[in-house]
Ligand binder design. Structure first.
Ligand SMILES: *Cc1c(COP(=O)(O)O)cnc(C)c1O
Length: 438
């Protein structure tokens, strides 16, 4: 496969951007090699600058649930653009997207649009603190919430810890207001509430943790969180930036019928444009400015072009059977690969939740916590990733990332991709088991 143009562009990009990219994982650091510069996408396929074609499972990290260059989204965006691209004043399109969401969601009564998932989470945290008058936030190891200062914190050495920041530049004072607990340990959540009585403003969780592998979280655990938050006067924030409009139109909250106090959205909500949102009950949202005293604003918030894209995307998602079909396709695709893996007795699993799946080099039947992922297993992913690329199948360049099935994947796409992955697994385990390869 010729990658000369991508390689050239990457050399140039390294002189412009740190690491040659505008978001770190794109640099291919964890799989090695040169990132592909993508020129165009259509349906389930993307093409790089050298003209190589791939079946995509990254889909811009989740937003493109309808695939690339969707006709309905493109037409709606084009129509909106004829009238200008931004006003910094209210537009009817904001009402339209809000109406579409709120009238089909049992968990939020009011919403505020922002421009990214990170911004949504950051605002939700501020709202929770403002609403409760408390400072501390409880988060879970293995959940990602964007690059929000107070959530770039990883577990320290104890079980309930203040942790360490996972980035330089985070003030100690902020780290000290974040409590980190392992997933699925309700006993430790209870202990945290006892230790920090009346200090915890919110529990924040990815109800479907899909940014560090696809970790298993039970409905019972989520339900217990909701009870425990209520009992202790804290709020439960579901960060549904990845699971919102993906696990179902109402996200994980709807899938599991659990009511969070605040929900954050991103990714799919903007139909491929930069949109995020947070929503809650009227009572909680009444605290947001200008109604209330929690300040939050945005020059491009509710941008009409982005709203148009979101309207077109979510209208498709609302069609009967949309999510069921996606889930069925995902199951069929992953089952094919798993059957092969079982027949060869490979220590390999695919964890699936609706149309999200994770290729995991493990013999465990469940992976329910971040520390259960063996970093060494990523060596195997690296071999598989290179093989998939070579054979026209594009996954995000990290074994910690999940794959997505879109409405645009055809049966033929999935059959071909499953075959490539099965062949890739054969290669991986041949190399791993053969002394020559070592
Ligand atoms: C992607 C993601 C974010 C961050 O969203 P950005 O738009 O990248 O800022 C936050 N939380 C979750 C759960 C995500 O998947």
């Amino acid at each position: 496969m010729n990658r000369n143009k991508s390689a050239e562009l990457f050399e140039k990009a390294k002189t412009y951007f740190p690491g040659g990219v505008n978001s770190p994982v794109r640099a291919f650091k964890s799989v090695g090699g040169t990132p592909l510069f993508i020129k165009k996408g259509d349906g389930s396929h993307i093409w790089d600058e050298d003209g190589n074609e791939f079946i995509d499972f990254c889909y811009s990290w989740g937003p493109l649930i309808l695939g690339h260059n969707n006709t309905k989204i493109r037409e709606k965006v084009w129509e909106a653009m004829q009238d200008g691209t931004s006003f910094g004043a209210p537009t009817a399109l904001e009402n339209e997207l809000a109406e579409l969401i709120l009238s089909n969601n049992r968990f939020i009564e009011k919403i505020r649009f922002v421009s990214s998932g990170t911004e949504a989470v950051m605002s939700a945290i501020r709202l929770a603190r403002g609403f409760t008058g408390r400072d501390k936030i409880l988060k879970f190891e293995g959940c990602y919430h964007g690059h929000v200062d107070s959530l770039l914190v990883k577990a320290g050495s104890g079980l309930i810890t203040f942790g360490n920041s996972s980035s330089a530049g985070i003030p100690k004072g902020i780290v000290n207001d974040t409590i980190v607990v392992p997933l699925n340990r309700i006993d430790l959540v209870r202990e945290a509430f006892e230790t920090f009585k009346d200090q915890i403003a919110a529990i924040i969780i990815e109800p479907i943790p899909a940014n560090n592998g696809l970790l298993g979280v039970t409905k019972e655990f989520l339900f217990c969180l909701s009870c425990m938050a209520k009992k202790n006067g804290a709020l439960l924030i579901f960060d549904e930036v990845i699971s919102g409009f993906r696990a179902g139109f109402e996200g994980a909250a709807g899938l599991y019928s659990i009511e969070p106090d605040i929900v954050t959205y991103g990714k799919i909500i903007g139909g491929g444009f930069p949109v995020g949102a947070y929503g809650a009950s009227k009572e909680i949202m009444s605290r947001v400015s200008p109604d209330g005293d929690v300040y939050q604003a945005g020059t491009l918030s509710g941008n009409p072009v982005a709203m148009a894209a979101g309207i077109a995307a979510l209208t498709e998602c609302l069609k009967p059977g949309f999510y069921q079909q996606l889930a069925e396709k995902t199951k069929q695709f992953t089952d094919t690969i798993i059957q092969h893996s079982i027949s060869k007795k490979y220590p390999f699993k695919i964890f699936v939740n609706q149309s999200i799946f994770w290729l995991a080099f493990t013999s465990q039947n469940e992976v329910n916590a971040a520390e259960e992922i063996d970093p060494k297993s990523m060596d195997k992913f690296k071999i598989l990733h290179a093989f998939m690329l070579e054979n026209g199948v594009y996954f995000g360049p990290s074994g910690y990332e999940v794959g997505f099935i879109s409405a645009a994947h055809s049966e033929a796409d999935l059959e071909k991709s499953a075959q490539v992955i099965c062949d890739g697994l054969d290669l991986v385990f041949e190399q791993v088991l053969s002394p020559v390869a070592q």
